[in-house]
Ligand binder design. Structure first.
Ligand SMILES: Nc1nc2c(c(=O)[nH]1)N[C@H]1C(S)=C(S)[C@@H](COP(=O)(O)O)O[C@H]1N2
Ligand SMILES: [Mo]
Length: 250
């Protein structure tokens, strides 16, 4: 992502990957594919176009195991600060609980015991790199059906453990339709092993048809509601509050 000091809603500069030695399976995207921030005016049109072209059920491409990158490139926060997260990580996340509006909670073991999905997909970051990895997790739609979501709910908000570069807390949101997509997971495993801290342990969102910044790591709490206007800068996510599109469909 651009430096946190980048002017809000500036017209987009070119975003390129900063790392020079990229591992197999982690490639630069063609330049035209490296999306630049687009802003609210174009958002609903882009979203409508995307939904016209990609039906609700269309799946993101899945890859064979031979395409998996040896190391899944971490980005953004790679180790959240703060005593609470450290305590949880040191305890192997045994005491960690996923909270849903503070009323419902799941331990990692409870999540692991739920019906799971494993998929090998390509993660695309707006910085212009991509990486293929295998994620295993609980389909979010199944979890939401299990807790029971009110008819008036429109969004799921993902509250994260980290403050990006020590600043605002990271959060993200999806609409319920994207939340119920079969490949939208709360993932606890990467390439068959526990999700590493660098990639969001103990739990991270995978929204495969969205750009990388939507894929919240270090998910601590879900909030299901009618609006996200009361959160952060009111745009539905950490990067959205800095001018990135809320609808980040690929
Ligand atoms: N909580 C949190 N989630 C986050 C980020 C972050 O800094 N904090 N970075 C985002 C960005 S920009 C990308 S590209 C992906 C990176 O995921 P990875 O570290 O597994 O590669 O996580 C996204 N989710
Ligand atoms: Mo990203």
């Amino acid at each position: 992502m651009p430096p946190a000091t980048a002017p809000r809603r500036s017209s987009a500069g070119t975003l390129v990957a900063s790392g020079s030695s990229l591992l197999g399976g982690c490639d630069r995207l063609p330049r035209s594919d490296a999306l630049q921030p687009l802003f609210d005016a174009s958002e609903s049109l882009t979203q409508r176009t995307h939904r016209l072209l990609a039906s609700r059920e269309s799946l993101d491409r899945e890859y064979p195991a031979t395409d998996i990158a040896p190391t899944f490139r971490p980005n953004g926060t790679t180790r959240p600060d703060g005593a609470e997260y450290r305590r949880l990580a040191d305890g192997g996340f045994h005491d960690w609980r996923l909270r849903v509006d503070g009323l419902v909670e799941f331990s990692l073991d409870a999540l692991r015991a739920m019906p799971a999905r494993t998929q090998i997909t390509r993660h695309d970051c707006v910085e212009g790199w991509s990486c293929i990895g295998q994620r295993t997790g609980v389909p979010l739609g199944g979890l939401l059906s299990r807790v029971g979501v009110h008819d008036s709910a429109r969004f799921v908000v993902f509250h994260c453990a980290d403050r990006y570069r020590g600043g605002d807390r990271y959060y993200e949101s999806l609409d319920l339709r994207e939340a119920h997509h079969p490949q939208t997971l709360l993932a606890y495993a990467l390439n068959g092993a526990d999700l590493p801290v660098a990639n969001g342990a103990p739990l991270r969102l995978c929204a495969e048809r969205q750009r990388g910044y939507k894929m919240a790591k270090y998910v601590m709490r879900l909030e299901v509601g009618e609006s996200f206007a009361h959160l952060g800068g009111g745009h539905g996510g950490f990067w959205e509050d800095r001018g990135y599109r809320w609808w980040a469909g690929i």
